[in-house]
Ligand binder design. Structure first.
Ligand code: SF4
Length: 524
């Protein structure tokens, strides 16, 4: 074994917190072990093999499910459990056996050791598909799927295992951006048909006395089932992190025991869950390495899995979670919590319908000069200290500007009271990361109203990324031709200098600098 092989026992560079900004090579900064990383590579290699023998198109529904769940389970902070990954590998192998191609497999070393630019483009494709798989999974759970989306997973995976030129890969990446828009539209339809259009809603940050459950992640279907199963049981439900936008949906907010939101963004969970007198249910990412102070009260479900934590299976019987809540008993007195800036304000539910229902007010405010500029400040949150850029940026935005936000990056500033314009709050939370679809609809409607392109609107996107769902959303924005996006807190390690040049030249993708300089550049 060479010295290099000796220290490089795994390779992963798919998220923003990757070691030294270049790649995790011994253990994941996220807590992923090298054994899990190898298994996730094996799972990906199995899926590429399946896609290749399927000719780059879906061979059927069960294969779609195996691939969507397989890709989703490799997203950062989703599955740390080797047994669960073996289970996913088994599901993909079973699909290959149906095609009498059990041996089809791609060795991921072929990707990690490829020419820097090809590796960069294929990584963009793979990580973008991992992100899109999360959205496809949530839509699928609610009975929605789309042939174009399902087929693309096979087309994209197959391409990763093939010799491709940079131009061919760039074309596939653009196509992925288009297909992901369709996938987000699918999930938007699934959510709004099941739970209604979100409405602006104030959400309490305080926890009432008595038994409660904290539910984290994106899966509104799991939340709905939990609300049903806890009805009239004296157990309150609090959302956490990306589940916050659930409060805006009429069919979820109608439950009186859906009380409020617990804590802040995902990266603070180890501190905020310490000795919590309640169970926590993780429905999707982001789960962090579980600390002893709450390990006996963590439950996972769906594709989320962590060694030795109780897992709720597909039957979705949450009885063990409910019993745990009752035995722990909750707080004796009301517990007051604040956001990271000490504020108590928290609202959500400004999805496309809510914003477009006041479109006339917004358009008049722009025409009269009351609104000078819109910022979409959103994306993932994370642990890096440089992420206070987003708090400072919002604090420094002038009073005649509006901040649309989505995903958990909003926890950097969603407790700030920055006032109103014309009766509308200056900060409007549009929802989860997939609600980027709502933001796109609003931008397109505004461009129609002002008879200009989206790039000509007084609108700037200031995004933060952490994991792979952000990658597919960025690809969608670029495929729509949206330019001048600011991105931080750092650039992805998997973007090579040459590929970055392409993105800068074509889209003027701009790394964030300081809030002062960026605001000056944007507003002049
Ligand atoms: Fe490292 Fe991120 Fe991969 Fe975890 S997901 S191993 S932190 S690059």
């Amino acid at each position: 074994m060479t010295k290099e092989e000796d220290v490089m026992s795994m390779f992963c560079f798919q998220c923003e917190q990757t070691a030294k900004g270049t790649g995790c090579m011994t253990n994941g900064v996220c807590g992923k072990s090298s054994d899990s990383a190898h298994l996730q590579d094996a799972l990906t290699g199995e899926m590429i093999g399946l896609a290749q023998v399927s000719g780059g198109v879906s061979p059927g529904k069960s294969a779609d499910k195996a691939v969507i769940d397989g890709l989703f389970s490799t997203v950062t902070n989703v599955c740390f459990d080797e047994e669960a990954i073996w289970h996913r590998i088994g599901a993909v192998k079973a699909e290959k056996e149906k095609l009498e191609a059990a041996g089809a497999f791609y060795d991921m070393a072929g990707l990690w050791e490829a020419n820097e630019d090809i590796r960069s483009l294929k990584s963009l494709l793979l990580f973008g598909m991992r992100g899109m798989a999360a959205y496809a999974h949530h839509a699928y759970i609610l009975g929605k799927s789309d042939e174009i989306v399902d087929n693309f997973f096979f087309k994209g995976l197959s391409a990763i295992g093939e010799e491709k030129t940079a131009d061919a890969l760039l074309a596939l990446i653009t196509e992925l951006g288009d297909v992901n828009l369709k996938c987000m539209e699918l999930l938007d339809a699934a959510n709004t048909e099941a739970y209604g259009d979100p409405v602006p809603t104030a959400v309490s940050r305080n926890v009432e006395p008595g038994p409660f459950i904290v539910i984290s992640g994106h899966d509104l279907h799991d939340l709905k089932l939990l609300l049903e199963q806890t009805k009239d049981k004296g157990v309150n439900i609090y959302t956490h992190s990306e589940m916050l936008p659930a409060h805006g949906y009429p069919a979820l907010k109608k439950y009186p025991h859906l009380k409020g939101n617990f804590g802040t963004a995902w990266q603070n969970q180890q501190k905020e869950f310490e000795n919590i007198p309640a169970p926590i249910l993780f429905t999707t990412n982001c789960i962090m390495p579980v600390k002893p102070g709450y390990a006996d009260r963590v439950f996972t479900t769906s594709v989320v899995s962590y060694p030795e934590m109780a897992h709720i299976g597909d039957e979705k019987d949450f009885t063990p979670v409910i019993e745990k809540a009752i035995s722990l008993g909750g707080y004796k007195e009301e517990r007051k919590m604040t956001g990271i800036n000490g504020g108590g304000t928290l609202t959500t539910g400004f999805a496309r319908n809510a914003v477009l229902s006041v479109a006339d007010t917004v358009i008049d405010a722009v025409k009269s000069g009351a609104i000078r500029h819109f910022f979409l400040v959103g994306g993932c949150d994370g642990a890096k200290t440089g992420r206070n850029y987003y708090t400072k940026f919002v604090k420094q935005t002038p009073e005649d500007t509006v901040i649309l936000t989505l995903a958990c990056g909003k926890y950097r500033f969603n407790d700030l009271d920055v006032g109103e314009i014309g009766g509308l709050p200056r900060i409007m939370d549009m929802g989860q990361c997939n609600d980027a679809y709502s933001a796109i609809k609003v931008a397109v409607a505004l461009s129609g109203a002002f008879n200009c392109s989206v790039n000509e609107l007084p609108l700037t996107l200031v995004l933060s990324w952490y994991e792979q769902k952000a990658v597919c959303i960025l690809l969608t924005l670029l495929s729509l031709g949206i330019r001048n996006i600011y991105i931080g807190p750092s650039l992805p390690a998997f973007i090579s200098p040459n590929i970055l040049n392409v993105l800068v030249e074509k889209f003027n993708l701009t790394p964030i600098s300081t809030p002062e300089d960026d605001l000056k550049k944007i507003l002049g």
